[in-house]
Design a protein around this ligand. Structure first.
Ligand code: HEC
Ligand code: HEC
Length: 183
């Protein structure tokens, strides 16, 4: 617990001082591990699964009712995601919502992957939807579907911290050389 707290405080310090410094592999990896607490939270992993089905709840169990990715992540024509997931969280039924609600492509699968593997994937434009680093950082810091993870509705545990803090940690990681953890 104390170690974790110290790591968190250290990471905040790193965020504050990372600008205008030379690439530093150890610091960069520490920053990515801090960001990994968000990336590997159930709120992100449920939509970035390995395989064809989303998962749900904090325990990341297979999605019930049975649904599949479909050709474009929006589910098959007969049962698209937005048949149930509407533009906003729906308190009465507990179904989460967002206008762009759909499943990340298989090339962006994170569940069951190591943090090092996730890191290599997200910075590879061939596998991240063609995003260069500025576009990737903007997506993390500002995309409202990513932002849903901090206001997920129901009994879901929000992703740790805030989207702004997460965006700042990712930016400091990029500015310190965007190194990936070895594992
Ligand atoms: C027939 C209705 C229905 C369809 C269609 C549907 N869902 Fe769901 N989905 C639900 C319900 C209900 C929940 C809430 C379950 C809970 O949290 O207990 C849910 C929860 C989820 C969650 C969990 C969020 C979290 O972090 O807890 C994800 C992710 C998800 N759906 C993705 C999708 C995707 C992607 C599609 C389309 C490919 C889709 N769903 C299609 C009904 C549906
Ligand atoms: C409702 C489903 C959903 C949730 C929840 C979700 N994503 Fe995604 N994510 C997607 C989809 C779909 C894409 C593909 C790009 C697009 O169509 O916008 C994507 C793409 C991405 C990408 C770009 C490409 C890549 O290499 O992965 C990043 C980065 C990303 N998401 C980060 C996150 C983070 C961080 C969280 C949690 C804080 C998160 N996402 C939660 C659906 C989701």
């Amino acid at each position: 617990m104390i170690v974790r707290l110290l790591m968190f405080v250290a990471a905040l310090g790193l965020v504050a001082t990372a600008t205008a410094q030379q690439p530093d592999q150890a610091r960069s990896i520490a920053l990515f591990r801090e960001a990994g607490k968000v990336l590997q939270s159930p709120r992100c992993l449920n939509c970035h699964p390995v395989g064809e089905r989303p998962t749900q709840t904090d325990r990341m169990t297979p999605h019930v009712p049975f649904v599949v990715r479909g050709a474009d992540g929006h589910g098959p024509a007969g049962l698209p995601c937005n048949a149930c997931h509407h533009a906003a969280n729906y308190a009465e039924s507990g179904v989460p919502g967002h206008p762009k609600w759909h499943l990340a492509p298989a090339s962006m699968a994170w569940a069951g992957k190591s943090l090092g593997e996730i890191c290599q994937q997200i910075k590879d434009p061939a596998r991240n939807g063609g995003l260069d680093m500025p576009a990737l950082l903007k997506h993390m810091a500002e995309d409202s579907l990513v932002g849903w993870a901090w206001a997920p509705g129901g009994k879901r545990t929000p992703a740790p911290g805030t989207q702004a803090e997460f965006g700042a940690t990712m930016r400091a990681w990029a500015e310190s050389g965007a190194f990936c953890p070895p594992d």
